[in-house]
Design a protein around this ligand. Structure first.
Ligand code: KG4
Ligand code: ZN
Length: 354
């Protein structure tokens, strides 16, 4: 089986071809990502309308290149999968319409993929992880701890009450004048910094359950920046290190609680998996690996290029769903919101992230 994947839910336009090599082995035949950073940089963040237009401009060419790099043509495909939500709706519509058109013209099955499910299933593409596993999903729009029990079967254990972890990095970087996207900028700046020089809180740490909150951290950082006056490079490095340490402490504390909750439900579960853009953070990966080994879990983190948004994860989720016969109709309506665990109540103030 050969699947074309399309991702357009945020600010990366992506197309990829993934093949099923049999016996549960998949191969990424091509994986192209066009990042719209240059388009959005002048605005200091993502502008939905600009994103949708950029997807429209790039997607046809990117798909042609993805097929060429994989050495295949439309006629060789078994199915076409596109992110159907959640995300910026203009972009999602561009990708879904493109996938539907290809499916219709080539008489192929069409698969509408939940972007969060694509992140959640990536460790099965890279490391063949068996269900069930505990997933920390940390990106620019999402921060959740999930028990992954099967394709389409997710139980949310905890979520953010306000900002996502990636958003905390992005807003922190903006406050420090380090540019967008914030995660990589904070990580780079923090290497020269001393976290102990800038005191920041650890919201929710030590509390029951495994929900997150990051808004207070951003407010505290703003106060420190204002108190510092015109921030020097040294202050910026210290503040970046402090922010990365504080976000890391919160993620570790909440994940440790989630491990206990997961173990009670699934004594046979053995894996802690991290996915989403923030999972590209080296320091965080090291801390999560240590946490997993302390709790006798094994730790899986996809390579950074498969943690941030890409279409190989969409094609792979398509392959998993196609194998189970979970095909979508061509009247599928793109979904700006699409929770992985529909039974989970929306968190206070976090409806847009669910
Ligand atoms: O999964 P993703 O590519 O897009 C969303 O679905 O949101 O995640 C993007 C987020 C951004 O907030 C970005 O700052 C963060 O992931 N990020 C990082 C790093 N690389 C990307 N955060 C911390 N450290 C990094 N190295
Ligand atoms: Zn994402």
């Amino acid at each position: 089986m050969l699947i074309l994947g399309i991702e357009t839910s945020c600010d990366e336009t992506a197309a990829a071809v993934v093949s099923d090599e049999g016996r549960g082995v998949a191969r990424i035949r091509s994986n192209l990502v066009f990042s719209q950073l240059a388009e959005h940089r002048p605005y200091g963040g993502i502008v939905p309308e600009v994103a949708a237009r950029a997807h429209l401009d790039r997607l046809d060419g990117l798909i042609a290149r993805a097929l060429a790099e994989a050495g295949v043509s439309f006629g060789d495909l078994s199915a076409v999968a596109a992110t159907g939500g959640p995300g910026l709706i203009g972009g999602v519509i561009v990708g879904v319409m493109e996938a539907k058109a290809i499916a219709l013209a080539r008489r192929l099955p069409f698969l509408a993929i939940n972007h969060l499910e694509a992140h959640a299933l990536t460790p099965r593409l890279t490391d063949d992880v068996a269900f069930p596993y505990l997933l920390l999903l940390v990106s620019g729009g999402h921060c959740q701890l999930l028990s992954v029990e099967g394709v389409g079967r997710y139980r949310r254990l905890g979520t953010t009450l306000d900002d996502a972890a990636g958003e905390a990095f992005d807003k922190g970087a903006k406050l420090l004048g380090l540019g967008y996207p914030g995660g990589p900028a904070i990580e780079a700046a923090s290497r020269a910094g001393d976290a102990s020089r800038v005191a920041l809180p650890r919201p929710m740490k030590g509390r029951e359950g495994c929900d997150f909150s990051f808004a207070g951290l951003k407010t505290a950082l703003r106060e420190r920046v204002e108190a510092a006056g015109a921030p020097s490079d040294a202050f910026r490095a210290d503040a970046a290190a402090a922010l990365q340490a504080a976000i890391g402490d919160c993620l570790i504390d909440r994940t440790e609680n989630a491990m206990a909750m997961f173990r009670r439900r699934h004594p046979e579960g053995k894996a802690l998996v991290v996915a989403g853009g923030v999972a590209a953070n080296r320091a965080l990966r090291e801390r999560l690996a240590a946490l997993a080994s302390r709790n006798e879990f094994f730790f899986v983190a996809p390579p950074p290029a498969l943690c941030t948004d890409n279409a190989a994860m969409v094609a792979w989720a398509g392959l998993e769903r196609l194998t189970l016969g979970l095909i979508d109709a061509l009247d599928f309506a793109p979904r700006p919101r699409w929770p992985l665990d529909p039974a989970a109540a929306p968190a206070i103030g976090a409806g847009v992230k669910a």
